[in-house]
Design a protein around this ligand. Structure first.
Ligand code: ADP
Length: 189
């Protein structure tokens, strides 16, 4: 199953997508992690992505796409993977569709982890990651509203979107995800 995870920073997308990948036995691909690694290694892509990442802005589509499609093309992703943090813009979603089409691997669905703004700000301010200072947090939420929110319509129009309520304990949220994915699996072949 190829599944895309969508949710604002602080929604718990990272934790839940790792759990889902383990549950399904497929790789978990986090573009945030891949980009942070590229920055640490000072690779060509890392050097070009660093400025945007430090200021809470999105990295250019072509850079992210290069990293993601290289990874998706490896053999361990053939039977499925969980994409955490990609796509984040409509052009990225269109590029992913095209890529998957070329591979004969249709997307199983997109999961939106939905959390209220108050809860997000509360969670983000207590997380303590390097790019989590207040200004950056506000900028990342703004970018989400402007660039990532339209993805919900993109996947909604294709009957691929499933909304998951992201409040409650991690186990409660994961139970909801498991239910939705089981349903997706039974209707997808
Ligand atoms: P969060 O979901 O908390 O914002 P991530 O670890 O997913 O954190 O991403 C961290 C940063 O990496 C983002 O703020 C952005 O600069 C960059 N990034 C990650 N994924 C993408 C993507 N698909 N497109 C553009 N930039 C991305």
């Amino acid at each position: 199953m190829q599944i895309v995870f969508i949710g604002p920073p602080g929604a718990g997308k990272g934790t839940q997508s790792v759990r889902l990948a383990e549950h399904l036995g497929v790789p978990h691909l986090s573009t945030g992690e891949m980009l942070r690694r590229a920055c640490r290694q000072k690779s060509e892509i890392g050097i070009q992505a660093a400025g945007a990442m430090d200021s809470g802005q999105l990295v250019q589509d072509n850079l992210v796409e290069e990293i993601v499609f290289e990874r998706l093309g490896r053999p361990d992703c053939v039977l499925g993977c969980i994409l955490d943090g990609f796509p984040r813009t409509v052009p990225q979603a269109a590029a992913l569709d095209q890529w998957l089409l070329g591979q004969g691997r249709p997307l199983s669905g997109a999961l939106e982890l939905r959390v209220s703004k108050d809860l997000l700000i509360e969670r983000l301010s207590s997380r303590g990651r390097e790019d989590d200072d207040r200004g950056t947090v506000v900028e990342r939420l703004r970018q989400y509203d402007e660039l990532t929110h339209p993805l919900l319509e993109y996947y909604g129009n294709r009957q691929l979107l499933q909304v998951i309520e992201g409040s409650g304990t991690q186990d409660e949220v994961f139970d909801r995800i498991r239910g939705v994915v089981a349903e997706m699996n039974s209707t997808s072949s």
